[in-house]
Design a protein around this ligand. Structure first.
Ligand code: CU
Length: 381
């Protein structure tokens, strides 16, 4: 929720003088206060990005995020990023492979980080070795098809798109080449997230600045791997044949796999996420195609921004948070106890039978003020 008043403008106007100009300014400020401050409809259109400084952002594979400042320094910038469409066979679970469509080779695609009023300047490459048209619909962007029409590239082409990050939050981006190819490409892995931070950083439930110690990106992916009538995965030789088979298997609306970060077990065991007791961890959680719900066993969402939109006051203490299809959520949890935590889809069938779960290994000293085993297991007395 937006604050209804700007305390600064009231204080400024207490310093009333006889100066006519100052009185006029104060009248304007009072009017702004009474009207509740700026609105989402008050877009600033005075900068098209042509003369801003460019900064290259090196994208990395999830669950990690690229390097970024939590509080923006200086003026708005143009963030240069490059995404390359890669069509490649990946193993989703032992013995089950799919022709994945990816950006930069990972499922999900990399997180792009910017601040509000920055511009993102994307170079999208579609190597000649690919077989498909690809493009990107940025949910963070303003304009026709989220940039999808302006980024459609054939194999062997590249294209550049610049868009302004007008509103803060975490947003999904995904390939959307048209018609039935949209769900085929999205469920073949071609989706990721962008995080647009407020320039002054994140605010807690009281409006105070909150900084996080580390950040992870976890995306749930539903796959519809073509199977024969006995339920065995069909081996498919080419991306074109895969597209034809997926056109049928998607219509079952029954995923064969529901996994985090592209592969069953991608964030388990030796690939578990890590944190230390006392650290505040930002989790970006997304689902590009299907409604889901995330839950951190043994912890909570201390702060939860529904839909991942940072202009709204975060909720506190959530046990499970919803992520509707085509969106991302943001949560911060401060780990108070060591141990192995599980972050999962709390449809427990989808978590434990299909693979939608991750681990976070948290190191540090046990604090028995939170939890203590009072007696070891023993025969019932
Ligand atoms: Cu695509």
């Amino acid at each position: 929720m937006k604050s209804k008043k700007k305390p600064g403008c009231i204080n400024a106007c207490k310093k009333v003088t006889t100066n006519v100009v100052v009185v006029a300014i104060c009248a304007t400020l009072f009017a702004a206060c009474r009207n509740g401050g700026s609105s989402v409809f008050d877009d600033k259109k005075n900068e098209d990005g042509d003369h801003l400084q460019h900064v290259a952002e090196q994208l990395v594979a999830p669950p990690m995020l690229p390097e970024f400042d939590q509080v923006a320094e200086g003026n708005a910038k143009v963030i240069d990023v490059t995404l390359t469409a890669e069509e490649k066979k990946i193993e989703v679970a032992p013995g089950d492979s799919i022709w994945a469509f990816t950006f930069n080779g990972s499922v999900p695609a990399p997180v792009i980080v910017a601040h509000q009023n920055d511009f993102v300047e994307l170079t999208l490459r579609n190597p000649a070795t690919n077989t498909q048209q690809h493009n990107i619909d940025f949910h963070a962007a303003t304009g026709g098809m989220g940039g999808g029409d302006l980024t459609l590239v054939n194999p062997g082409q590249e294209v550049k798109l610049r868009f302004k990050c007008t509103r803060p939050g975490v947003f999904v981006y995904h390939c959307a080449p048209g018609g039935t190819m949209v769900p085929i490409h999205v469920t073949a892995g071609m989706n990721g997230a962008i995080m647009v931070l407020p320039r002054s950083g994140l605010k807690d439930e009281n409006g105070n600045t909150v900084k996080f110690d580390r950040a992870y990106y976890i995306a749930e992916q539903d796959f519809y791997i073509p199977q024969d009538k006995d339920g065995k995965t069909i081996s498919i030789a080419t991306p074109q044949q895969s597209v034809q088979a997926l056109d049928e298997s998607l219509k079952t609306l029954k995923p064969t796999h529901i996994v985090f970060n592209g592969k069953k077990g991608a964030l388990l065991g030796k690939n578990a996420l890590t944190a230390k007791v006392g650290e505040k961890v930002l989790f970006i959680t997304s689902q590009a195609n299907r409604d889901t719900r995330f839950h951190l066993i043994g912890g909570h969402a201390d702060l939860y921004w529904p839909g991942g939109k940072f202009n709204n006051k975060p909720y506190t203490d959530f046990e499970t948070w919803a992520v509707p299809a085509g969106s991302a959520a943001a949560t911060i949890y401060q780990f108070r106890e060591p141990g192995t935590y599980v972050l999962l889809n709390h449809n427990l069938i989808e978590a434990f039978d299909y693979g939608a779960l991750a681990q976070i290994k948290v190191s540090g000293a046990w604090d028995s003020t939170y939890m203590k085993q009072m007696e070891k297991p023993s025969p019932i007395k």
